[in-house]
Design a protein around this ligand. Structure first.
Ligand SMILES: [Zn+2]
Ligand SMILES: [Zn+2]
Length: 196
């Protein structure tokens, strides 16, 4: 007959917690707070992919797990949308009276940014992707302003600050409160596309 001697260990994640439990895979001692019940026994957070949350450990859903390669692709796609969309937006502003209606570009760009980030990341959804999609709209707004200001007006960068000081110029560039409102709205809209 086999006898077992119970030996007390301390949890690898919580060194003050004494425990008798070990992870069934890596055999690290784990306490009741971080042990995850699986079909093959109790396992530690590392061996289950669990992460610490506000109320304890939990295993993120597969769809919210994004590889660094997927992040890079999502960021590259977002930058593409932001730069091309921003240039189109900035060019549109130069077209006389229609320039006042340029904020509609925000909606097109936010739609595209969310769509591209969603598709390129293989339809993953999490908070980081929400930030990436939203940032695309903000970068597009900056690109649009730069395009209108510098590239199309042949202005030296040293003149930009003088230009920005004038209220009519600021309006021309789209640096207005309503436009800022639409940019924020667009960023939130883009982020919704990849919300978990
Ligand atoms: Zn383990
Ligand atoms: Zn623990």
């Amino acid at each position: 007959m086999q006898t077992t001697v119970e030996e007390e260990f301390f949890c690898v994640n919580h060194p003050k917690e004494a425990t008798l439990l070990r992870c069934s895979k890596c055999l690290n001692p784990i306490c009741g707070r971080c042990a995850m019940r699986t079909p093959v026994g109790w396992r530690c957070p590392d061996c289950t992919g669990a992460v610490a949350g506000r109320t304890g450990y939990y295993v993120p859903t597969l769809l919210s797990q994004v590889t660094s390669q997927q992040y890079l692709k999502a960021i590259a796609g977002m930058l593409g949308v932001a730069i091309i969309g921003g240039i189109a937006w900035g060019q549109f502003r130069l077209l006389g009276d229609w320039g006042d209606w340029s904020f509609w570009f925000v909606f097109a760009i936010s739609l595209l940014s969310g769509e591209v980030v969603g598709r390129i990341s293989n339809e993953r959804r999490n908070a980081q992707l929400m930030w990436i999609a939203g940032t695309g709209v903000v970068i597009a707004a900056l690109v649009a302003a730069l395009w209108t200001l510098g590239i199309s007006n042949d202005l030296e960068p040293s003149q930009w600050l003088l230009y920005l000081g004038e209220v009519p110029s600021r309006r021309y560039l789209g640096f207005t409160l309503p436009n800022a409102f639409f940019v924020v709205l667009g960023a939130l809209f883009a982020a919704q596309r990849v919300r978990e």
